[in-house]
Design a protein around this ligand. Structure first.
Ligand code: SF4
Ligand code: SF4
Length: 299
């Protein structure tokens, strides 16, 4: 029996309510208040003949993860910058937290730009949030643990008739059927950074520069690559030659590397080693400036 099954229904509701506290009320109102594991069952089927077809692709905030963006911009043969400019807008998960991109829905109809009368025009590259639906996923970190724990919940919007269908799934089978697993693997560093920043609470500020770096790392691997290769970055940090070769060519590897480095910037994690010569230079500069601001010699 899983830990989740040992909890009473009341406890499960309270636990989920606490974990969802940062979500807007309109989202919380449609969440079935039970925390699910991969083995839990739900009934659902979505198909083109269903009366509510396409209703879920409008008036909704869909967060674009780093891997969503890589897949979508490749599909549309656009640079990251072109894709962001045309199809996304920046937002923040919650006030004071790290910024994330959202699909820019049509301002008049509220319709997703990829939605057509026949359904999703980018279906095989659709974002992971669309793959999960009607399941929601969340990561949480308990105070006593360093590891992030993943859990799920069911989203039940009144218009969605898929819940009345007979087909039964476990959450794990649904994720695998929809191809969500690979997305989660590639997005792990991004998700953990958001979670860790959230756990740090309002006591830790995030500078505008750090927020911009986070946004760039999650949305624009080409720009992050320029930041690494066209600056003093490689003179300051030790990067193995094989990693250097990989991130020079591969957007997924570039993004994963960017979040490893950002964990050091944001939380002081020792993810990349500073080169001894760069460290010596920093120390020399610190010594020089402390001499300048200290009492003048001979006084
Ligand atoms: S509203 Fe639900 S059943 Fe209808 S198309 Fe969307 S996901 Fe499928
Ligand atoms: S990306 Fe596709 S599945 Fe997702 S909201 Fe837009 S049209 Fe719907």
């Amino acid at each position: 029996m899983s830990d989740n099954q040992k909890l009473s229904d009341r406890e499960k509701v309270l636990q989920l309510d606490e974990e969802m506290r940062d979500m807007p009320m309109e989202v919380r109102n449609v969440i079935d208040p039970v925390r699910l594991t991969g083995e839990d069952l739900f009934r659902f089927r979505c198909h083109p003949g269903i009366a509510c077809f396409n209703h879920c692709c409008r008036k909704i905030d869909i967060v674009l993860t780093p891997y969503d963006l890589i897949r979508l911009r490749r599909r549309l043969n656009l640079t990251s910058e072109e894709f962001l400019h045309t199809y996304a807008r920046p937002s923040a998960l919650t006030k004071g937290q790290l910024p994330v991109p959202l699909i820019d829905m049509d301002s008049e109809t509220g319709r997703c730009p990829f939605n057509s009368d026949e359904g999703c025009s980018v279906y095989s590259d659709r974002p992971v949030a669309c793959r999960y639906y009607p399941i929601g996923s969340a990561l949480m970190r308990r105070q006593e643990s360093d590891d992030a724990e993943e859990f799920y919940f069911l989203i039940k919007e009144g218009f969605c008739l898929g819940h009345a269908e007979a087909k039964e799934w476990t959450v794990a089978d649904w994720r695998s059927d929809q191809g969500s697993d690979g997305y989660d693997r590639h997005n792990r560093g991004w998700m953990e950074t958001i979670l860790k920043r959230r756990s740090a609470g309002d006591m830790v500020g995030t500078s505008v520069q750090t927020s911009e770096l986070f946004y760039m790392a999650g949305t624009n691997p080409e720009a992050f690559r320029r930041f690494v290769f066209d600056s003093t970055f490689l003179k300051r940090f030790e990067v193995a030659p094989e990693v250097e070769r990989l991130i020079a060519e591969d957007d997924v590897a570039m993004t994963e590397f960017a979040f490893e480095w950002l964990k050091g910037v944001l939380f002081g994690d020792r993810t990349l080693k500073v080169r001894p010569e760069a460290l010596a230079e920093v120390k020399a500069k610190e010594k020089k400036s402390s001499r300048r601001v200290g009492p003048s010699e001979g006084s």
